[in-house]
Structures are given as structure tokens and as C-alpha cells.
Ligand binder design. Structure first.
Ligand code: CDP
Ligand code: CDP
Length: 203
């Protein structure tokens, strides 16, 4: 059985939380594709050429806690605009999506580029204010220096870069179901997503 759930959306919209919960609930494997771009970004910040870093990336080694740092997120959205970086990461993502068994992938271009044939597509959004509030709370909890205003500015800058780039810009696939999580609890967002996916599995 091959069944792919493609989940896209902007920073801190809740797509990763939904992706993990769906994978757990359905027994599907899960790939956070943002961590691939973050891993390349970390190596770029350390002085390596981002294209060379993407070509030699080991996707099995994405556990570095520094990947969650705000400076890495910003650098990720810069190196993610380089076509050769995106091309180098594509085969791994496509293979992950279409191996036997179910898969959930979350990112920016899963439903549009990585897996346009996905059986279920979700586009998860929330207002920039709601997303910045969540990301700020996470950063404070992690003991990182963070202000709400600074986080909102970072979220907006990343949204603009991700939606404005020429290659694989952030946008909903035509057949994606939109879920706005601004006023939803995690449980509500997960059950809305699960209902969409189950209706597709039932077909
Ligand atoms: O993966 P993405 O960056 O889109 O977001 P996430 O990491 O899933 O969620 C960002 C933060 O928002 C996490 O701390 C979640 O617990 C929180 N969240 C929330 O408060 N309400 C939701 N409906 C979904 C996520
Ligand atoms: O968790 P959050 O939404 O904050 O970020 P992420 O999903 O870890 O992605 C970090 C950056 O990688 C994004 O701002 C995008 O520029 C890039 N990215 C991408 O271009 N395509 C993807 N499929 C996933 C991430």
C-alpha cells in the first residue's frame, strides 16, 4: 500500500504537530522536511558551501538540537531559495513519500513539488500573530533569548522569503484542504486533519 499525506504551511502554523500526531494515529512514517533545510543551514553558518552540504547530507542524522535555533531557521529560508540545494534534497524526499506503507511529510512544497500525487493534502495556516506567539513561547521554554516583537518580525521575514522565491514557493496545492489553526487547540487541529485523511483512505 502506498499512501502519502502532504502537509504544507508557514512557520509555526502547527503542521509538524499535526504531522506527528497523524503518523502516530495511522501507523505511518513521518518526515519533517524542514529539518533537512535546517541541517544544510547549520553547515552553511559553519562556513560550508550550502550546495555541497545539501549534496552530502545524511538524512538519518537530523537530531542536532541547534537545528531549532532562530538563526538556523532564518538561514534555512535563505539557502532554501537556491535551486541546486532544493534539487539535491528532492530524491530522498520523493523516495520517503512513495515507499511501501503510509507516509506523512510536512514542509512548504510537499503537495506542489515533492509529491503532487499525494492521496491527501493539507495546507495548515494561522495568523502571523498566533504563530509568533507560539514560537516565542517555545523559545522561552527552551531557555533561548526571545521577544514577541522580534519573533513576529522573524516569522514575517521568513513567510515573505518562502512565499516570494522563484523555486517551489510556499503556496497551497489546488487540491489541498485548508486548516486554519489560529483559534484551534492542538486536539481540534489534529482531529480536523484526521477527518480529512480518513475520508481519503476510505475512497
Ligand atoms: O511545524 P510548525 O512550525 O508549523 O509548527 P509546530 O512546531 O507544529 O507548532 C508550533 C507550536 O505551536 C508548538 O509549540 C505547538 O505546540 C503549538 N501549537 C498550538 O499551540 N496550537 C495548535 N493548534 C498547533 C500547534
Ligand atoms: O518549523 P518551521 O515551520 O518554523 O520551519 P521548518 O519547517 O523547519 O523550515 C525551515 C525553512 O526551511 C523554511 O522557512 C523554508 O524556507 C525551508 N523549507 C523549504 O523551503 N521547503 C520545505 N519543504 C521545508 C522547509
Amino acid at each position: 500500500m502506498i499512501f502519502t499525506v502532504a502537509i504544507d504551511g508557514p512557520a509555526a502554523s502547527g503542521k509538524g504537530t499535526i504531522a506527528k500526531a497523524l503518523a502516530r494515529e495511522l501507523g505511518f512514517r513521518h518526515l519533517d522536511t524542514g529539518s533537512l533545510y535546517r541541517a544544510v543551514a547549520l553547515r552553511s553558518l559553519e562556513g560550508e558551501d550550502p550546495v555541497a552540504a545539501a549534496r552530502s547530507l545524511d538524512p538519518e542524522r537530523l537530531g542536532d538540537p541547534r537545528l531549532r535555533e532562530p538563526r538556523v531557521a532564518q538561514e534555512a529560508s535563505r539557502i532554501a531559495a537556491i535551486p541546486e540545494v532544493r534539487a539535491a534534497l528532492l530524491d530522498f524526499q520523493k523516495g520517503f513519500a512513495r515507499r511501501d506503507g503510509g507516509a506523512v511529510l510536512d514542509g512548504r512544497d510537499i503537495g506542489t513539488v515533492v509529491c503532487p500525487e499525494a492521496e491527501a493534502k493539507l495546507f495548515v495556516t494561522a495568523t502571523a500573530e498566533a504563530r509568533a506567539g507560539r514560537r516565542h513561547a517555545e523559545q522561552v521554554a527552551a531557555g533561548l533569548d526571545s521577544t514577541l516583537e522580534g519573533t513576529l518580525a522573524e516569522v514575517r521575514a521568513r513567510d515573505a522569503r518562502d512565499a516570494g522565491r522563484d523555486v517551489a514557493p510556499l503556496r497551497p496545492a489546488e487540491d489541498a484542504v485548508l486548516i486554519d489553526t489560529s483559534g484551534l487547540s492542538i486536539e481540534q487541529a489534529v482531529s480536523a486533519a484526521l477527518a480529512v485523511v480518513r475520508s481519503r483512505i476510505g475512497r
